[in-house]
Ligand binder design. Structure first.
Ligand SMILES: [Zn+2]
Length: 296
């Protein structure tokens, strides 16, 4: 599909990101639109179709790849569940949007598209086990085994953000109590800022308070999440990314030290290959192109 003209869309909690890829890798005409400007009627698929057609203008396109911050069914035909984004649940996006646009539509979890992009960017070989954990508002997780994303029986493998933190009763957006992403991702930093550091902007928390116990414990919980995945899968490569690890003065050394401390000895602890991935606004859009090239 390298000669195809592809539109990639990354649907986030607050924004739609869209771009076109013509040569199989470079995103052009990258744009970002508030979700409320895209979804203006009761017909979500009609709104998304109009958004794509308006974006493309006179330029024809052959396929659309959409990344969702959600679980998808195993066939990748429809969205299952998205915390706090009920409008996208049970959306038959592939068939109905494909019919409306008259082109091939592919849907995938946004973190899988991001991992495809990072594997290409960091020139990682496709064989073996590659894990991506992205600490954003929540925790995104994708697992690639032998060049194929691990889907699981129902299509929902790789949800490490929803493993339980024993003792926590915090209600998660998924409906369960005590999921670790409420304690080890951006939403916890917002909670810390609100309750303990009201005078510090969230983005300056590590700069101003990184050595304090609350933030050191937070980083240790992030390490526990990464170590859990490493201890189960013994990956060849572990990618760690997302907005949190790319914040100013984020203590990567401390995270690394705590990951090593919490992984099994002597292996995998002595043979970890951890890559800290940059946060790029068009990552999932570019990942859509890599995905289409390899899987379309
Ligand atoms: Zn949860």
């Amino acid at each position: 599909m390298t000669d195809m003209r592809l539109i990639g869309i990354d649907i986030g909690g607050t924004h739609f990101r869209i771009g076109m890829v013509c040569d199989g890798q470079t995103v052009i005409r990258f744009q970002k639109a508030p979700t409320k400007n895209v979804l203006r009627s009761d017909d979500v698929l009609a709104d998304i179709a109009r958004f794509i057609v308006d974006y493309a203008g006179d330029t024809s396109f052959d396929a659309v790849v959409i990344g969702f911050p959600a679980t998808l069914d195993r066939s990748r035909k429809k969205v299952l569940q998205a915390p706090n984004l009920e409008w996208m649940e049970n959306l038959p996006v592939v068939e109905e949007l494909g019919a409306r646009l008259g082109v091939h539509v592919l849907a995938e979890r946004d973190v899988i598209l991001a991992l495809y992009y990072d594997i290409a960017k960091y020139h990682l070989p496709a064989d073996g086990v590659i894990c991506g954990i992205y600490f954003g508002t929540g925790i995104g997780n994708a697992i690639m085994i032998g060049g194929e994303p691990l889907l699981g029986k129902n299509g929902v493998a790789g949800e490490i953000g929803h493993i339980p933190a024993m003792g926590s009763r915090v209600l998660c957006g998924c409906g369960n109590e005590g999921c670790v992403e409420n304690l080890a991702a951006g939403k916890y930093l917002v909670h810390l800022q609100n309750t303990r550091y009201p005078k510090t902007p969230v983005e300056a928390l590590f700069t101003e308070h990184g050595n304090e116990e609350a933030l050191r414990e937070f980083v240790d919980r992030m390490a526990a999440v990464v170590a859990a995945e490493i201890n189960i899968l013994d990956p060849d490569h572990m990618l760690i990314g997302g907005g949190v690890t790319n914040m100013a003065d984020f203590p990567r050394d401390q995270l690394q030290e705590r990951i090593v401390a919490r992984t099994r000895k002597p292996y995998p602890a002595q043979d970890l290959h951890i890559i800290y991935a940059e946060d790029e606004p068009d990552k999932s859009v570019a990942g859509a192109a890599v995905y289409a090239k390899l899987r379309g």
